[in-house]
Design a protein around this ligand. Sequence first.
Ligand code: GLN
Length: 555
Amino acid sequence: MKYIFVTGGVVSSLGKGLTAAALGTLLENRSLKVALQKFDPYLNVDPGTMSPTQHGEVYVLDDGAETDLDLGHYERFTSTKLTRRNSTSSGQVYQQVLDNERDGVYLGKTVQVIPHVTDEIQRRILQLATDSKADVVITEIGGTVGDIEGLPFLEAIREFALDVGPHNVCFIHVTYVPFIKAAGELKTKPTQQSVAKLREIGIAPHLLVCRCEQPLNKELRSKLSLFCNVPFEAVIEEKDVEHSIYEVPLMLQRERLDDLVCKHFQIEVPPAQMSHWQDIIRRLVAPQHRVRIGVVGKYTGLQDAYKSVHEALVHAGIANDCRVQIEPIDAEEVEKPDGQNLLKELGGILVPGGFGNRGIEGKIKAAKYARENKIPYLGLCLGMQIATIEFARHVLNMPDANSTEFNEQTPNPVIHLQETQRHIKRKGGSMRLGAQDSAIRGGTLAHKLYGVDCVSERHRHRYEFNNDYRSRFEAEGFVVSGTTPDNHLVEIIELRDHPFFVASQFHPEFQSKPTRPHPLFVGFITAAHERQHHIPLLAKLPTPLLTTPVPVGKD
Ligand code: GLN
């Protein structure tokens, strides 16, 4: 068993997660089985209760774990299916240690960061290694070297390396080499200091992955090699990508990152076969078609808030050989009297998930505009609830229809709290979470897109479609095309007299990959392109791998 630890230096947001995921892609394509794991130094048990402004998107796994968005990268870049074992926060570590203490596990000893907290961290690395039976475990340590919260994790991996032996551990430090415009130079000092900080803790990195805007020249590489005590070839350049994050694996392959890792571990495996990945990049760089999609949400300035939604749109673009230009549209702006002007000239409108009152009326207006003007609409979780409220208000003549999330007193609660949620008081981890089956009704658009009768999709919500209203909706062309297998919870809805109006209570975006775009997104982009340019796309698709998606969650 081999272990790679990815740490970060100088500043946050360097894309450690992407680097770890891209390395995972390369190693998998060298026929190695990889497992990926993230350690987050914050004290929250998980990011489920954090605001998107603090944390970005909460990424949900099959088993219902609410995790960091880096786990989304891991799943999109590799074939691994993650579970809560793959995501650990300091909060979880401390919770476990304190539970152990209450259970008397420590036999009267003083409970301390070293060894009790560090042991618990190491236990989690070993547990993943054993459970996954992977050849290589890649563990990313969140935060930046020098943070107080990160210290127990760094100490734990230092000790871990001693235990499992030097050839079995590879420390990769992802660092920043800034370009100072005034001097016209790249600067190595921040990296030198960050590596010095790591070495103080007892960790000497084997490989440096240098994030930079300009290429590293030979001189600079020599300097980094000398001052940071790594071989010349172990200085890896990771320049800002030109087009897409999916270029990162190819870029790192050119820098021989995977070769160096295999050499370090003394494992002989064939080089990574990346032609399918190159095909993806070709479609991203020079697609034949274009489409504009409006994403009507409330965190428009925040790139990471709808990360998986954006990625899923890009993947559907890859399948359609189509560049998806994403227009973030502020729902509160749509609420204004001439707000619908923001929705003009779009191929499609997407309303993503969300919580709370702000911007709700703008989203309802966007759904109305899409329905009335026959613009393709994709609603995700809250986006389905919005479509339901809109339909009730304007088609079923219930102007006061609402979700009880936004108005508890509404006389027409077409969306209401699930029975199982009524008495829940605790906020953390208490929603309907994770993968659940949906039965897809034959003859519907959803069935045509999925091509199967049952799918497994990931959930994260408290409210649901109110079945008291189901027949009234269905009588007017609102089709319930997916439900839980017992027909109790509504999972997918669509409109009969519309080219593409589909919304799901689950989050399909969490299972979309560049190599396996999600059918609902592919259908949406196809319809949006047709709406914008009056050209059907599907007939032109060249690569069968990308055009016939496997039923989601069934592999
Ligand atoms: N706020 C809604 C609910 O809890 C929708 C949640 C979401 O979009 N993830 O049901």
